[in-house]
Design a protein around this ligand. Structure first.
Ligand SMILES: Cc1cc2nc3c(=O)[nH]c(=O)nc-3n(C[C@H](O)[C@H](O)[C@H](O)COP(=O)(O)O)c2cc1C
Length: 400
């Protein structure tokens, strides 16, 4: 009897010891993650953020920077016209290219367009028509691309006062664009498909939506094969790892790139994971990162009822930017219809190891010599996702 009692006591001590240890580890992970740190990197998402600025050009820029960008690089710089307070220019920030994954800076230019469309939609809401002139000083000289990006604007934006009108897409600017989680199996309705395809008014571009079994299988295979190829290219994986922000301090410091929220992790679990990757960076690098890319692509492809493609007739810098504008409209309209999206860009990337898949997917889906500018999965999301980091608007301004 005595022995039984003692056994119970020892058991109790062991269990409470383990529970205490778990609690200490848990608390340590939260502290390492920065659980009490203010999330400055989320300020631009706050509804009152843009209204704090007196200059309408900055108000609109504060909306533009909420747009999607490849690798969340937010590669935007703006120059305010010193002589006309209704004019400003967008420059591509050449220091933010991702040469390994995007050697032709195509996704980078698509990301200029996403920003411009957000500006246009916010302008209408705030009472400004934003006339956007692309490459007002001509397209880039490709032989000296970085210098050209620094000296030639992507767009000149001229504002004209109009009466403010609540637009159907404006509220969706404040939602995360990218949902990497699972989607319901339900196909899109005919009217949803028509509405999404109808966004495009440009005869040189197409939006295609696929949800038949044959194309679903083919596109899923491309996405999975391309993820496997990318997972095996060390320099691309390393480039991505470089912009991973492990904890709240890093997120506040950089305010661009990736973080654990990107995989849909939120709440206390976010801090546990952040604490763990801060202590053990290898959890998110090398083989672990490669496995994660392959597995997450397989998981998301499995829970995908439809794909969409944006294809442009040519691959000029102008078409790339216009594709980005179209992508922003597509995603905002998808949100309005209760749908979510995730680009799956690997198969359409231009680095040498991807050449075979790039050619195959173009032969199948852009047979007339066009360029697939965006390949996305879409459907009704199973879960909402957290907001991702954004820089402060002041950081984008080029001083005159
Ligand atoms: C040109 C372009 C390519 C992208 N490619 C991918 C991709 O391959 N996989 C992915 O998960 N997200 C991709 N994205 C989404 C970005 O990673 C995302 O916009 C960014 O991390 C910010 O998050 P948010 O869109 O939720 O605000 C892409 C976005 C753009 C504009």
């Amino acid at each position: 009897m005595k022995g039984k009692k003692r056994g119970k006591k020892v058991m109790l001590i062991v269990v409470s010891g383990i529970a205490g240890l778990v609690a200490v580890v848990f608390a340590a992970l939260l502290l390492i993650s920065g659980v009490f740190t203010q999330q400055r990197y989320l300020q631009p998402w706050k509804p009152g953020y843009s209204a704090k600025m007196a200059d309408p050009r900055l108000q609109l820029t504060a909306h533009g920077l909420l747009a999607a960008s490849g690798h969340n690089m937010q590669p935007w710089r703006i120059k305010l016209d010193p002589n006309n307070d209704m004019v400003f220019s967008l420059y591509a920030d050449s220091s933010r290219v991702s040469p390994a994954v995007d050697p032709d800076a195509r996704q980078f230019m698509v990301s200029q367009g996403t920003f411009l469309e957000y500006i246009r939609i916010a302008g209408a809401e705030l009472g400004y028509d934003a006339a956007i002139k692309l490459f007002p000083e001509g397209e880039y000289e490709e032989s000296r691309l970085a210098g050209s990006m620094d000296s030639k604007p992507v767009a000149r934006i001229t504002l004209t006062k109009i009466s403010a009108a609540a637009g159907p897409l404006y509220p969706y600017l404040f939602q995360p664009d990218t949902n990497r989680g699972g989607y319901k199996p339900d196909p899109l309705t005919d009217s949803q498909v028509q509405e999404l395809k109808g966004i495009n008014k440009d005869s040189d571009m197409t939006i295609e939506v696929f949800q038949d079994a044959g194309n679903m299988q083919k596109l899923a295979d491309y996405a999975n094969q391309a993820a496997k190829v990318e997972a095996g290219v060390d320099r691309v994986m390393e480039e991505t790892a470089q912009i991973f922000r492990a904890n709240e301090r890093e997120k506040n410091k950089y305010r661009y790139g990736f973080s654990v929220e990107g995989q849909g992790t939120s709440g206390l679990m976010r801090h546990v994971l952040q604490g763990a990757v801060t202590l053990l960076p290898s959890l998110n690098k090398g083989q672990a990162a490669s496995d994660q890319l392959i597995q997450s692509t397989e998981a998301s492809v499995d829970k995908t009822p439809a794909y969409a493609l944006i294809v442009s007739g040519d691959n000029s810098r102008t078409s790339q930017v216009r594709s980005g504008m179209l992508y922003s409209r597509l995603i905002l309209t998808a949100h309005r219809l209760g749908l979510a999206m995730q680009p799956l860009s690997q198969a359409i990337e231009e680095y040498p190891e991807m050449n075979g898949i790039y050619s195959d997917i173009h032969r199948s889906y852009a047979p007339g010599g066009g360029t697939i500018q965006m390949l996305v999965r879409l459907g009704t999301p199973l879960n909402e996702v957290p907001l991702s980091m954004r820089r402060d608007v002041q950081e984008l301004i080029i001083s005159n």
